[in-house]
Design a protein. Structure first.
Lengths: 254, 280
């Protein structure tokens, strides 16, 4: 049983979140081959919210995440964070890979995984100072991984593994959390626990963006949604976006 | 026994012993990269692909250590990058393209070597011959080992993040493409040094078994490098002392010893061994 740990999360360090912390996409077109996987996407998102990217397979959810993560340069359009290109704020972004993409046998402990989050701050050679270690400790505590921190990551449950990566994102002090299908493969209690975690992380001023495929749970987990089918179908509060009409447009068979 | 001691006092034997230790260590050290990257079969095909480069280099420049090194690096790059290119520009997956290219390259290399009248040498390239290593060869092996240990140790932090989670590494600003090419080049360098010791066919064992053994023993990635180096170096030295009295081929003995050590860890590792899991 995964416990809920959102009640004692606090994100210190003097971070303020004035209302102008927002992400703006303006006419973003991106793709891999000759055809764009995303066409002319424009939307705004503010911190302190959770945003679900919803669409059928091949709708461009991963492409959008990759573009936000800086793994893919858009063909055209702009991605702005607080008015400046997001690419200039790389340390602000934490990317959480899909669980099936991670090599869980990798010889690394929970703590070492979380410490990786300090890389943008400490760089290649600098030793981790006390400040860094405290941040790592705090991230581990926040996600309730204290007792597991010296375990190899393969020896954890699915929910615990998910929390390890969230802890790494916290250690990175990232403002924007990008998650690729985080709820895939979680059972009902696991889904509930992760959902409340994501909500509390956003309540502290982070912007959580996740691709998601389960319509039934969207409203319980996220407060905003973005329907995608290569083009933007709709974006906004979940209740307004998930209308029958919009969903039909997004998922209709061609 | 006396005969063996007398053999040991010869410079040839001492040079071989040093070579075993150095080549074993640097291969074992770098083997951690191969194991963590889970790309051992690709590396295996690469080692055979070095042969035509070596053959061509001999054809053009004659039998010099440096030209052989250069030829091997070029051939490795051409087959490695060529297979990537073929898989990107056709419907072939990378493994298939690599298989076709490396066997073709290997066959070509074999034909050239025989055409050059180097039949006796061919055995050495395929299975290695440490006894034929000269002083210059030994120095090159030292240099390659030093480059491997220094570069991996210096870049360990970004390297481990990259090996574990390349996409997050890229978002953290780690130059993943440069690291990828760096790893590739380092592996080719080490392959060239082990080619002399154990030959094109067996070099994969030297570049995988040491860290694979450590993989069964530890949960700490850094130990994979140093432990792999120690297992590789000590294993090769142990094989040297075994091969003479038994009359076994030295290169083959090195691989057999490393394989044996791996099997021991597979069965008896306190953490991940077969016996341990059964007992649970």
């Amino acid at each position: 049983m995964v416990k809920e740990h959102h009640d004692h999360i606090c994100w210190g360090g003097g971070h303020h979140h004035p209302t102008h912390h927002h992400l703006i996409l303006q006419g973003v077109t991106a793709g891999y081959g000759a055809e764009p996987a995303l066409e002319n996407i424009s939307f705004e998102a503010e911190c302190s919210s959770t945003l679900a990217l919803i669409g059928p397979n091949g709708a461009g959810k991963s492409t959008l995440l990759n573009a936000l993560a800086g793994l893919l340069t858009p063909w055209s359009g702009e991605i702005l964070w607080n008015g400046a290109p997001l690419a200039e704020h790389r340390h602000e972004i934490a990317y959480l890979p899909q669980r099936s993409e991670v090599n869980w046998q990798f010889p690394i402990t929970v703590r070492q995984l979380v410490e990786m989050g300090r890389y943008p701050a400490v760089g290649i050679w600098k030793a981790m100072c006390r400040h860094d270690r405290e941040i790592v400790d705090k991230a581990i505590c926040t996600l309730g991984l204290e007792d597991l921190q010296n375990r190899q990551i393969g020896a954890l449950s699915g929910g615990q593994q998910q929390r390890c990566f969230l802890a790494r994102a916290l250690a990175q002090e990232a403002h924007i959390l990008l998650l690729d299908e985080p709820f895939t493969g979680l059972d009902v209690p696991g889904t509930k626990a992760l959902a409340s975690l994501l909500r509390s992380l956003s309540a502290e001023g982070r912007l959580v963006i996740a691709s998601h495929h389960d319509m039934a749970t969207t409203a319980q987990i996220f407060d905003r949604a973005l329907l995608l089918r290569r083009r933007l179908i709709a974006a906004g509060p979940v209740a307004e976006v998930l209308t029958t009409d919009n969903l039909n447009q997004t998922f209709k068979r061609v | 026994m006396n005969e063996f001691l007398q053999f040991l006092s010869e410079p040839l034997a001492q040079r071989s012993l040093w070579a075993c230790g150095v080549i074993g260590f640097s291969n074992g050290f770098v083997s951690a990269l191969v194991v963590l990257r889970r790309s051992s079969l690709q590396i295996g095909t690469l080692s055979c692909a070095l042969l035509p480069g070596i053959a061509l280099a001999i054809l053009v420049f004659g039998l010099f250590q440096l030209s052989i090194l250069l030829g091997a690096v070029l051939a490795g790059l051409m087959v490695g990058l060529g297979s990537l290119f073929v898989s990107r520009t056709s419907r072939m997956d990378h493994d298939t393209a690599l298989s076709v290219l490396h066997t073709t390259a290997f066959a070509l290399g074999y034909i050239i070597l025989i055409g050059l009248g180097l039949q006796q040498k061919v055995d050495d390239w395929l299975f290695g011959n440490i006894m034929s290593m000269g002083d210059a060869d030994l120095w090159i092996a030292y240099a390659i080992g030093a480059v491997a240990v220094l570069s991996i140790t210096a870049l360990q932090r970004p390297l481990l993040i990259f090996l574990f989670d390349p996409r997050s590494a890229a978002t953290m600003g780690i130059p993943t493409r440069a690291l990828n090419y760096g790893i590739f080049s380092l592996i080719i360098l080490v392959l060239v040094s082990s080619l002399q010791a154990v030959g094109a066919f067996l070099t994969l064992g030297l570049l995988v078994a040491p860290a694979a053994t450590m993989y069964l023993l530890t949960d700490r990635a850094t130990l994979l490098f140093w432990g792999g180096g120690l297992i590789g170096g000590l294993g090769a030295i142990g094989a040297f002392f075994l091969s003479y009295p038994l009359g076994w081929h030295l290169g083959a003995t090195i691989i057999v010893v490393l394989g044996g050590v791996f099997l021991l860890a597979y069965v008896f590792s306190p953490r991940y061994g077969l016996l341990r899991r059964r007992g649970k």
